[in-house]
Design a protein around this ligand. Structure first.
Ligand SMILES: [Zn+2]
Ligand SMILES: [Zn+2]
Length: 583
């Protein structure tokens, strides 16, 4: 319905008038071809930031430029590679979650040769000890040489790891004293053991199977969410009701130590349950910007056990006190070259060293940890049946945000949300990240291995950066015996591959079509420079890659069609043809 234009009023602007052909507006309305190119590249899964590698055949001197995918894990760097990485993670989680066999079978028994070598190594150790007591140092040297040879043979015979640490030469006493002192210190500042039942941990990593009366076997698994404590009531948009009463300090320290708390949780859970529980999960920020963690767990664990272990788990940080910030960015300690120490800007007195600060904690019988991190009371756990939509949905949920930076998971839209983030960031900037963090200087303490290069209050550590929200480490956490593979086993790690390629390699195509062995092709690999004449503009390389991918796709579709037709004919005529397998 159109409203009649009243006399004296401007007519409403006609919205759908197309811009004059040839005008700037008309030109701007056309999609940019470079954007379309990137869009199509993404659609075809073609890396948009390929790495050009030059391969030279050392026999013929023929040179070829080969594009390798960049392998980025974040979407803002390269969408296709990030999504490919996510698919690999999903495959990894799927593969480990409901498996009913041990991913890593126990090692094979040692062979007679291997045992004989270890025995020989034992004889040599005995002789070395005798020679060393008798101060026959030339013999000790000979024996060390023999030990080295036997150890090489042990490795060559296929035994993993070293049979024993090497004999140290030189100032042994120094080393002993050092470790002795460290041991004494660590007992004083040890973690208190949580109040939980303890069982011996079996090697088993798979959960129990349940059999229904009709004989069907069920192997349910679990889904667990662990959250941190409350720092004050928040609104639905994640911002505190009362910013002045919100405990930003605890929120910052908790975020930084969350990974340690999770490690403790798994350790405690395994001891309490008595088997080697496996998990795959992620750490994500909640809307209130505190981290929480979701985990797929293999097998089932009673919910109240999970709750009890979560409630009993904590991590203590035995560090110097940060109650009083003695320096600020406008008045900072200074490095004194002569004293080789950080000193007070006014009195020039050296600040407490790291060792002094720790010794003070050791000497104080009433010392308390500077921070204790615990989970909040909210522990969500539920069973998930393998092969269901629920299981797939959950896997997608775990990997939903892994292509994004922590800070980009939740859109900050309001001034209130921005202010909340800024207050948390302010606290994260002055939270010490490690023993060597330059921010210790703000509290009048020289960090471990203090040197002139430190920038007090401006540590470059990840947790201090605004967009990490204090979640500085890995966000995908997968236990070692989850799928028995690392992600680089699941995919060929691109960067490692590139590094391995640099130099000279021998081609795998050393067998020709007839099966006869031919001269292996030796290749030299190097990174091509973007301005090399044969590398070509990025657009050309993307177009070529898209064209190639499109051709594969249509060939694959055609092959599938042919296979489907064959299988149709086979079903009709009753013959049992091979149908499209391996496509
Ligand atoms: Zn890429
Ligand atoms: Zn730091």
């Amino acid at each position: 319905m159109t409203v009649a234009t009243l006399p004296g009023l401007e007519p409403a602007p006609t919205p759908a008038a197309p811009p004059r052909p040839g005008s700037r507006a008309a030109r701007m309305a056309l999609p940019r071809s470079v954007d379309v190119l990137k869009e199509i590249a993404a659609e075809y899964g073609v890396c948009v930031r390929p790495l050009a590698m030059r391969r030279t055949d050392l026999n013929t001197g023929l040179t070829e430029v080969i594009d390798l995918p960049c392998g980025a894990t974040r979407e803002d760097k390269c969408g296709p590679c990030a999504r490919k990485n996510r698919r690999l993670r999903q495959a990894q989680i799927r593969e480990g979650w409901h498996r009913d066999d041990e991913p890593l079978p126990p090692p094979e028994p040692a062979t007679e040769e291997q045992k004989a070598l270890v025995l020989l190594r034992g004889h040599l150790e005995f002789s070395r000890d005798e020679a060393s007591r008798a101060s026959q140092w030339d013999q000790v040297d000979d024996l060390d040489e023999a030990i080295r040879e036997v150890e090489e043979a042990i490795t060559a015979e296929g035994l993993r790891g070293r049979v024993a640490p090497p004999h140290s030469t030189g100032d042994d006493d120094q080393g002993d004293e050092d470790t002795g002192r460290r041991r004494k210190r660590s007992t004083r500042r040890r973690q208190d053991a949580p109040d939980l039942p303890r069982r011996k941990v079996e090697r088993r990593t798979v959960g129990r199977t349940y059999t229904a009366p009709d004989g069907t076997a069920y192997r349910p698994s679990m889904w667990l969410t662990l959250t941190l404590d409350s720092y004050g009531p928040v609104r639905p948009d994640g911002t505190p009701l009362n910013p002045d009463r919100y405990d930003y300090r605890r929120a910052a320290w908790d975020a930084v130590y969350f990974p340690r708390l999770l490690d403790r949780f798994w350790q405690n859970l395994r001891r309490c349950e008595g088997w080697n529980v496996q998990y795959a999960g992620c750490v994500e920020p909640q809307r209130r910007l505190a981290p929480h963690a979701h985990f797929a767990i293999r097998g089932t664990i009673p919910r109240d056990v999970l709750r009890t272990v979560a409630a009993a788990t904590y991590h203590q940080v035995w560090w110097p006190s940060v109650d009083a910030q003695r320096y600020t960015l406008d008045r900072l300690p200074a490095w004194n070259e002569q004293a080789s120490a950080w000193v007070d800007p006014d009195t020039h007195a050296p600040l407490t060293t790291w060792t002094e600060a720790l010794d003070a904690i050791d000497a104080d019988p009433d010392a308390e940890p500077v921070h204790v991190v615990r989970f909040g009371s909210q522990v969500d756990a539920r069973g998930v049946m393998p092969g269901t939509d629920d299981a797939e949905r959950t896997i997608r949920y775990v990997t939903k945000y892994i292509t994004k930076h922590t800070g980009d998971v939740h859109k900050i839209t309001s001034i209130r949300q921005r202010a909340h983030l800024d207050r948390l960031w302010q606290e994260l900037q002055i939270t010490p990240c490690t023993e060597r963090c330059a921010n210790w200087l703000l509290y009048g303490i020289q960090p471990r291995k203090a040197n002139a290069k430190l920038k007090p209050g401006r540590c470059k550590g990840k947790v201090h950066q605004r967009d990490t929200l204090g979640i500085g480490g890995r966000r995908i956490l997968i236990s070692r015996d989850w799928s028995g593979k690392t992600l680089s086993d699941h995919k060929h790690d691109v960067r490692a591959w590139v590094r391995a390629l640099l130099g000279v390699t021998v081609g795998l195509d050393s067998v020709d079509d007839q099966g006869a062995t031919v001269e292996p092709v030796r290749h030299a690999w190097e990174l091509a420079r973007p301005d090399d004449p044969d590398v070509g503009p990025l657009a050309h390389r993307l177009l070529r890659a898209i064209g190639e991918r499109a051709r594969w796709r249509s060939e694959l579709l055609a092959a599938k069609d042919r296979a489907a037709q064959l299988s149709d004919t086979a079903t009709k005529t009753g013959t049992n043809g091979t149908t499209g397998e391996g496509l």
